[in-house]
Design a protein around this ligand. Structure first.
Ligand code: AMP
Ligand code: GLY
Length: 424
């Protein structure tokens, strides 16, 4: 069969690598893709938000199955456009992708269906938000309602910071129209875990857990980024946590969406915080995490097309989802200066030692080919170097060893990805 993947980052490279392993697939296209994805798929220059062009391409090439990797097209309704054309597509429709697209929606849903999350209030008037904050306990969390590239969250330690935050989000519109509405949320403390799941509208199957490292610098210092590295599984995701989440969070979310007439098919990513009072939902995403996919998918034993097809067809209950009994660590190689400003266009060397079958993967996030056909850096996050190991410590040692194989000018990485496992 022919498969089209929509997106252009390390996540989509990991999805493409899984799809390439399927015995059912003969041809993979990726729109727009990147230079690394181009090694296993044919990249087509159509943007992820060009829904009509994507659907026309899928019809013309007789694509059997399309996978939407990114949040923006899902929230914008790309699945609805494909379905209207009679095309088979993996991902939630617009009315379900709102689970990620609107924080106010997801908070209201959790409140209505008693799914554990931080206490909150929503505002569409900055003056009312400021009044409320004057009586609130600090620290406090402000969230722009809509998609803001993971950056629309401000943690404020003082009232002054919080008032300035309201101005930034709602008045100065730092995150654009995402700031028309705002959620003000209780500050929680605890360890964060990412749990990804496949959902077919009624049944949910949980993937192996993971943990991201969002800050740019070692010791969780520096600015928030798209993610500087991940490990899977998380040793903090214990059997007890799993049991709690199965009872109060996972199926409850799927059932709540169905009850609201917003049947969810695709990936639900649960951003959890393990608080002293038990696990609580920090956020939902409607797609694989990036770089969580880079450590979870290489450990999945199933044929990804079988699982995704079951989600579309509503037959996920018949799938026995299985993961390898090992671990994986992904270290992101970034351009020095990310996420603020950085140079790009530097040649990258050292891909030769990576072999998927040996458990070493080099997923491309921001690369391009220069006129000489060489890989060059082309973004803030450049590569996601992933390695497996029999346990987390071995996976981490392997991943850091593999980061040394790659060279480019201004290469930057965190040196403490997975360090937390020493405390487990
Ligand atoms: P979100 O986009 O909602 O996941 O928020 C981004 C990051 O902000 C999370 O990964 C947390 O590190 C932090 N965060 C969000 N909400 C809270 C909260 N209520 N309490 C503490 N930290 C939070
Ligand atoms: N790594 C976090 C995310 O994909 O949102």
């Amino acid at each position: 069969m022919k498969v089209l993947i929509v997106g252009s980052g390390g996540r989509e490279h990991a999805i493409a690598a899984s799809v390439a392993k399927s015995s059912r697939v003969d041809k993979i296209y990726c729109a727009p893709g990147n230079a690394g994805i181009g090694q296993i798929a044919e990249c087509v220059p159509i943007g992820a938000m060009e829904f009509d062009k994507l659907a026309a391409f899928a019809k013309e090439k007789e694509i059997d199955f399309t996978i939407i990797g990114m949040d923006d097209p899902l929230v914008g309704g790309v699945v609805d456009v494909f379905e209207a054309e009679g095309l088979t597509v993996f991902g939630p429709r617009k009315n379900a992708a709102i689970l990620e697209g609107s924080k106010a929606f997801s908070k209201d849903l959790m409140k209505k269906y008693k799914i554990p999350t931080a206490a909150y209030e929503t505002f569409d008037d900055p003056k009312k938000a400021m009044e409320y904050l004057k009586t609130a306990k600090m620290p406090i969390v402000l969230k722009a309602d809509g998609l803001a590239l993971g950056k629309g969250v401000l943690i404020c330690n003082t009232l002054e910071e919080a008032l300035a935050g309201v101005k930034e989000i709602m008045e100065d519109k730092k995150f654009g129209s995402a700031g028309n509405h705002m959620v003000v949320e209780e500050f929680m403390t605890g360890r964060e875990v990412s749990v990804l799941s496949f959902v077919d509208g009624k049944t949910i199957k949980i993937m192996s857990s993971a943990q991201d490292h969002k800050r740019a610098k070692d010791g969780d210092q520096g600015l928030n980024t798209g993610g500087m590295g991940t490990f899977s599984p998380s040793p903090f995701y214990t059997a007890e946590v799993d049991e709690f989440c199965k009872k109060y969070i996972y199926q409850a979310t799927v059932d709540a969406m169905a009850a609201e007439g917003r049947e969810f098919k695709g990936i639900i990513f649960f951003g959890l915080m393990l608080t002293e009072e038990g696990p609580k939902v920090l956020e939902y995403n409607a797609r694989f995490g990036d770089p969580e996919a880079q450590v979870v998918l290489p450990r999945m034993k199933n044929d990804i097309i079988d699982v995704m097809e079951a989600c579309v067809n509503g037959t996920l209950d018949q799938i026995d989802l299985q993961f390898e009994e090992n671990a994986a660590v992904c270290v992101v190689l970034a351009s020095d200066g990310y996420p603020v400003s950085y140079e790009k266009g530097f040649p990258i060397k050292g891909f030769g030692k990576f072999h998927d079958e040996e458990g070493y993967y080099c997923f491309h996030a921001g690369t391009a080919l220069n006129d000489d056909g060489e890989f060059v850096t082309n973004g803030g996050r450049v590569l996601g170097v992933t390695a497996k190991g029999s346990d987390l410590k071995e996976a981490r040692a392997n991943a850091y060893k593999a980061t040394e194989w790659i060279t480019f000018e201004n290469k930057y990485m965190r040196s403490d990805i997975g360090k937390a496992i020493d405390e487990a």
